[in-house]
Design a protein around this ligand. Structure first.
Ligand code: ADP
Length: 443
């Protein structure tokens, strides 16, 4: 149909010319055709000029309104322009979304050309390396020789881990990837936390090996002596009791390690049972009495209602660790008091002793695994160096904390603080929560 429509003006001109030749004269027909041809040529020139003007900047200029026989062609062009605009808009939106997402990444991203000039970077890379603008060489921004060697080399499989001047105290891995023949991608990732965890793991393994080596060496040495030498029964007994003591130390170490591993792997709050803290304290106190064998005075101060919600195994283990430490680190004739009270809506389970005390510089590190003030004394009394780490985890597991106060030469107070949600009011037997506003009697 478009062809018919395009040919219509020419057809009309030809019909008029034929009519003129037939009814008037050939001269009139020829004149008419000449005039029609000039008019059509003028019209086509005008349309061409307008289309040419539009085609120079088709995305900025509106399509010319021409109409007539040109309309079907212009309709098609308009449809093409519309589809093109929609495609561009959706691509731009996607690109912006991608840029926003990449800018929110914690890792720095830099796109480099084949000459290691910056082509693009995200916000994180801009902040980490101070990269501004594009087209500048990367070594203007990252100058550490370790990185420059890596950048100039061929092997990108061993990225350097470096501190950055913009982030003091932190470590970053700067890894290059070849994205294609002409481009590279630099990814800068903060590895501080991972490095810290790696160091902790290495320390832990070294500590455990060290702790195990001592008893194993002693057991091996004494067993060999027993096998090689004909000893008196009394000496044999002494050697065997040393072997037994060391094997018990190892057993305690393994048990403590397992307890710590269980506590660390479970993030959920402990199973909550109703626990009678008074009975628990008395039971642990009796164990401490047995350990002390009358060398210490052990008393109780139970000033708050007895019921709490928590894990009986964990809480008993925490009190036992604290009470046993009090016996071990308090000289003979010393006093030990295990107390339970409520202050400021917190349950406070404390073990107070009049023992050797701890110098202030040790207090912040006391709950670290294997940290000891006096290594020899801890070992001699059968310590594993894990007791307070376990107590701290148990406290945190119950939503509470472990507080330590101590004066060197005068004694210490270790307090396991339980939040109000763990306390049960005496009358109702329900969790106390906000109802426990006033400190309990004797607190
Ligand atoms: P350990 O098995 O060595 O006792 P802990 O984790 O229980 O390990 O305690 C860590 C260190 O804290 C101990 O080595 C000791 O130096 C110190 N400590 C713990 N309890 C007391 C206390 N009641 N009095 C003095 N020092 C203590």
């Amino acid at each position: 149909m478009i062809w018919l429509r395009a040919f219509l003006p020419t057809a009309i001109a030809l019909i008029v010319a034929a009519a003129l030749a037939y009814f008037v004269s050939d001269t009139m027909a020829a004149r008419w055709l000449a005039i029609a041809l000039v008019i059509q040529a003028l019209l086509v020139t005008l349309v061409m000029a307008r289309l040419y003007f539009w085609a120079a900047l088709p995305r900025q200029r509106a399509l010319p309104q021409i109409g007539g026989v040109w309309q079907p062609l212009l309709d098609r062009l308009a449809r093409f322009v519309k589809t093109d605009r929609e495609t561009r808009e959706s691509l731009t939106a996607e690109l912006e979304q991608l840029h926003r997402a990449v800018d929110r990444l914690p890792d720095g991203l830099v796109v480099l050309d084949r000459y290691n000039h910056v082509q693009w970077c995200n916000d994180a890379a801009h902040e980490m390396h101070g990269i501004v603008g594009t087209g500048r060489p990367l070594h203007h921004f990252i100058r550490q020789p370790e990185f420059i060697n890596y950048l100039d080399g061929d092997d990108y499989s061993r990225p350097p881990v470096l501190p950055l001047p913009t982030r003091p105290g932190r470590l970053f891995e700067l890894r290059l990837h070849r994205s294609d023949e002409h481009h590279k991608l630099l990814i800068s990732r903060d590895l501080t936390e991972q490095a810290r965890l790696d160091a902790m793991r290495r320390d832990f393994v070294a500590n455990v090996s060290h702790e195990i080596r001592t008893p194993v060496t002693v057991i091996g040495g004494f067993a060999e002596t027993l096998l090689d030498l004909e000893l008196e029964p009394a000496a044999q007994r002494e050697y065997l009791s040393t072997i037994l003591k060391q094997s018990r130390t190892m057993q305690r170490l393994v048990e403590d390690l397992l307890t710590l591993a269980t506590l660390e792997s479970s993030s959920a709050p402990p199973e909550s049972e109703r626990i009678n803290v008074h009975s628990m304290i008395r039971a642990v106190g009796a164990e401490a009495q047995a350990l002390s064998q009358g060398r210490h005075t052990i008393g109780y101060r139970l000033d708050a209602p007895p019921l709490v919600l928590g894990s009986p195994i964990e809480l008993e283990s925490a009190i036992r660790n604290l009470a046993i430490n009090a016996v071990r680190y308090t000289p003979d004739q010393g006093r030990i008091e295990i107390g339970w009270r409520i202050v400021d809506n917190e349950g406070r389970l404390s073990v107070r002793d009049s023992g050797i005390g701890i110098a202030p510089e040790h207090l912040p590190r006391l709950t670290e695994r294997f940290y000891r003030v006096d290594r020899g004394r801890s070992r001699d009394s059968g310590g594993t160096g894990l007791g307070l780490a376990i107590v701290k985890h148990i406290a945190q597991h119950h939503g509470g904390q472990l507080r330590i106060e101590s004066t060197l030469g005068h004694g210490s107070v270790f307090t396991l603080v339980l939040p109000v949600a763990r306390l049960i009011a005496e009358s109702s037997g329900e969790a106390a929560h906000d109802r426990l506003t006033a400190p309990a009697a004797g607190a």
